[in-house]
Write a protein that binds this ligand. Structure first.
Ligand SMILES: Cc1cc2nc3c(=O)[nH]c(=O)nc-3n(C[C@H](O)[C@H](O)[C@H](O)COP(=O)(O)OP(=O)(O)OC[C@H]3O[C@@H](n4cnc5c(N)ncnc54)[C@H](O)[C@@H]3O)c2cc1C
Length: 402
């Protein structure tokens, strides 16, 4: 047994009164957003109104320390419970918020200097500026070490050249973190890029199969001058910054997927009790019950795997233990891998239960099917996670990456 987890009594998932209050706030915001999200989805446009509702509810800086602007100081587990609730509204809304918080602000909180935190966290927790995480490039997705975006020094600035693609919030972001290779020694560094002082251009990526209400785009750096003070983390350690960030992101993806499964179950329970075939409600048909049973079991497993990974990650940081951190990384990969597959499966089953009505974007189950598909690709495609999980079981000497 690993030190610190031999006592299973630490796995208490009772909701605290504070968490309960927060979840009520999240629920109220979600209820306001739902009809707008419905409309935006059918009109095929980004849901800008959601930002002001989330801002009003103080949810734009949920996992950030209260020291900074509208930061709420939610711990990881509490943040994930909120993400789970938001996931019920769909992966589109959750992707926006996660790109702004988990893989946005959290990087600055975890890797930034105090000066960088004070400069950027108040601005972004209050929603004055939205954040994005720009790592992926046209020729470098699963293998970010092969990125081509470069930088060189020029006086007080780093000059960035290159492009990023498939970046959530690209068009609406005022502050992004991005990653580039040193033209001299080839090492990758991370940067905070404030669009106002270091202009870059963007191009919306249209015709997506899902995530319709979430903005996705390309980012172009054309001699983009970034002040030296905006180097994020140690020089040459950009990949460590990016990969640790993706761990936050993966848990957030797992949590939103649990929300998707729960919404599919709720929608199916309601629909199948009303819809009558062969003289009785669909809910009484045994093969329909099989779908419900599978979804319900997958929901429980997705939630527990996510919570367990979160608890272990918090413990690993508290104790500064690399052994626990490695174990937490494995659990995070497993939670994301399982919950993403389970959410797509649940959405697929939900569409089947709804029949033709499930084939219309007027019903959320159809949107869940198209939206949840991407969770198997982004923030560590599931094949990459399979390799990570297997390596952690077999030993590093069997890593498929070496
Ligand atoms: C809607 C959307 C939003 C996104 N948001 C962001 C964002 O905010 N920021 C950002 O930086 N990126 C973002 N991404 C990009 C996403 O992170 C990448 O798509 C992902 O990392 C996979 O990279 P790729 O698409 O280039 O696939 P590739 O790396 O080309 O891989 C293609 C397929 O091959 C598999 N594969 C690759 N290598 C191996 C291997 N060794 N063994 C087995 N299988 C392998 C992969 O798992 C994948 O299924 C987003 C993508 C989408 C679609």
């Amino acid at each position: 047994m690993l030190e610190g987890i031999e006592n299973l009594s630490i796995m208490s998932f009772e909701i605290s009164p504070e968490q309960g209050e927060l979840l009520k706030t999240v629920d109220r915001a979600c209820q306001k957003i739902r009809p707008i999200e419905d409309r935006c989805y059918l009109e095929g446009r980004h849901n800008e109104e959601a930002i002001s509702i989330l801002k009003e509810a103080n949810l734009l800086g949920l996992p950030i320390s209260v020291k900074y602007g509208a930061g709420q100081g939610a711990d990881l587990l509490t943040y994930l419970l909120a993400m789970e609730r938001i996931g019920k509204e769909g992966c589109s809304l959750a992707t926006f918020l996660s790109a702004h918080t988990s893989i946005g602000q959290k990087i600055i909180q975890e890797w930034g200097t105090e000066e960088q935190r004070e400069r950027y966290l108040p601005l972004t927790t209050t929603g004055e500026k939205i954040m994005a995480f720009g790592l992926t490039e046209p020729d470098a997705g699963s293998d970010p070490a092969s990125m081509k975006t470069s930088f060189h020094e020029d006086g007080d600035n780093f000059i960035l050249n290159g492009s990023k693609c498939w970046v959530s919030n690209a068009d609406i972001a005022g502050v992004i973190t991005t990653y580039a290779r040193d033209k001299n020694d080839g090492r990758i560094s991370a940067f905070i890029v404030d669009k106002e002082e270091s202009p870059f251009t963007t191009q919306e990526q249209k015709h997506k199969m899902g995530l319709v209400t979430s903005d996705t785009g390309e980012i172009f750096f054309d001699n983009c001058a970034v002040p030296r003070r905006n180097l994020l983390g140690p020089r040459g350690k950009g990949l460590s910054v990016a990969l640790s960030t993706l761990m936050n992101g993966r848990l957030s993806v797992a949590a939103r997927c649990a929300g998707v499964i729960e919404d599919c179950i709720n929608e199916c329970a309601e629909y199948s009790k009303q819809r009558v075939t062969f003289g009785k409600p669909l809910a009484k048909q045994q093969l329909i019950q099989r779908h419900i049973a599978k979804m319900s079991t997958h929901l429980r497993a997705s939630k527990l795997m996510t919570y367990e990974a979160a608890v272990l990650k918090m413990l690993a940081y508290e104790e500064g233990s690399t052994t626990l951190r490695d174990e937490a990384d494995k659990l995070i990969s497993q939670a994301k891998y399982f919950a993403t597959n389970a959410s797509f499966d649940a959405a697929n089953r939900a569409v089947q239960i709804f029949g033709a009505n499930g084939y219309s974007f007027e019903n959320r189950v159809a949107r869940h099917l198209c939206d949840s598909r991407v969770t198997m690709i982004l923030e560590g495609a599931n094949e990459i996670l399979e390799l990570k999980i297997a390596t952690s079981v077999l030993g590093k000497e069997y890593s498929a990456f070496s």
